[in-house]
Design a protein around this ligand. Structure first.
Ligand code: UDP
Ligand code: MG
Length: 319
């Protein structure tokens, strides 16, 4: 066993998690004390909870736990900024407080918390990023499963090589956190970012459990937002596809036009059929509007970034 005992920070985003948060913290403290006993991590390791603007009692519970145990720390956002921002804030905070590695895990502890030991082993073996890969998606609804598979397939086709069944359950080293600081983008898509940087990455499989209490905080709109942000942050292939599509449509128009003229000159056939005209009009009109929408997504991304608004606003921080 090596002498180096890293300080581990466990980052937990929480949004209206009053039913889960205290039992989650208890379980994570158990993991920490077990790993400290095994000499795998430093006794200075801690948990960092980011309250993403909860409207319920979550923050009060976090404050109480902090009073009783100094290794429970946290901050509260002024309003709900979304899970990615909460994770980013957590990473930034633990980097400033000090840690050698940070593991992010959901507040409902759907991910098997004991996999953290395997994360630490890989980290001690030299990995800068250890990504958690779900063993299966059996706890997800049919809709979520299908959309997730579609999303990851699409991302891979578009060039952002994110492993299937990837999750935000991961370990990142201090080095990775330092690199993250150099990326000014406000709407950072963490799964893409950590895969793209090029640091040494390992993978750990883990089991997914059903949510311990409460309901999923992700609705269809939030998931769509996350997916669209993922695509527009990491690939411009859709824009290229639009150019190719435009070219192919023009080519089609040219060929049909040429055929019509030839028919008229050599066979004296006048083209007829309003139906064909209407169908083509609607078809190509639809494609054009769809393409405009895709371009619009990128314009929107530029618009959001260029305003340079802060990623999130803190209300309070427990020191
Ligand atoms: N979460 C958050 N802000 C949000 C939505 C979710 O911080 O706007 C947190 C939530 O508290 C949980 C994690 O993100 O810790 C994952 O959310 P959830 O378990 O509801 O998602 P699911 O497991 O259903 O994908
Ligand atoms: Mg969950």
């Amino acid at each position: 066993m090596s002498e180096f005992k890293p300080i581990l920070a466990i980052v937990v985003p929480c949004y209206n998690e009053e039913l889960c948060v205290s039992s989650t913290v208890d379980k994570l403290l158990k993991v920490i004390s077990e790993l400290v006993n095994k000499n795998k991590i430093s006794e200075k390791s801690y948990i960092y909870l980011v309250d993403d603007g909860s409207a319920d009692n979550t923050w009060n519970i976090i404050c109480d736990m902090h009073k009783n145990c100094s290794s429970v720390k946290g901050l509260k956002f002024i309003r709900n900024f979304g899970n990615q921002k909460a994770l980013i804030a957590g990473y930034e905070a633990v980097r400033n407080i000090g840690c050698d590695c940070a593991v992010s895990i959901d507040a409902d502890l759907q991910q098997d918390e004991w996999a953290i030991e395997k994360f630490i082993d890989k980290f001690t073996d030299g990995a800068d990023i250890v990504s958690g890969i779900r063993n299966s998606r059996k706890t997800d609804s049919f809709f979520k499963k299908t959309t997730a598979i579609l999303f990851y397939t699409l991302m891979n086709i578009l060039g952002a090589k994110i492993p299937m069944n990837h999750s935000d359950y991961r370990l990142v080293s201090k080095r990775a956190l330092d690199i993250m600081e150099q990326y000014p983008e406000k709407y950072m898509f963490l799964r893409g970012f950590f895969n793209e940087v090029g640091l040494k990455t390992s993978y750990v499989n883990f089991d997914v459990k059903p949510r311990m209490a409460g309901e999923s905080k992700f609705n269809f709109i939030k998931l769509m937002g996350l997916a669209l942000n993922g695509i527009t942050s990491f690939s411009i292939v859709p824009l290229r596809i639009i150019s190719v599509l435009g070219f192919l449509m023009a080519l089609f128009g040219f060929v049909v036009g040429a055929e019509t003229i030839i028919e008229k000159i050599f066979f004296n056939n006048t083209p007829n059929g309003w139906a064909t005209t209407i169908i083509l009009l609607c078809f190509f009109g639809g494609i054009q509007i769809c393409c405009l929408g895709i371009i619009g997504e990128y314009v929107g991304q530029v618009y959001r970034e260029v305003k340079g608004r802060p990623r999130y606003i803190k209300e309070t921080e427990l020191k």
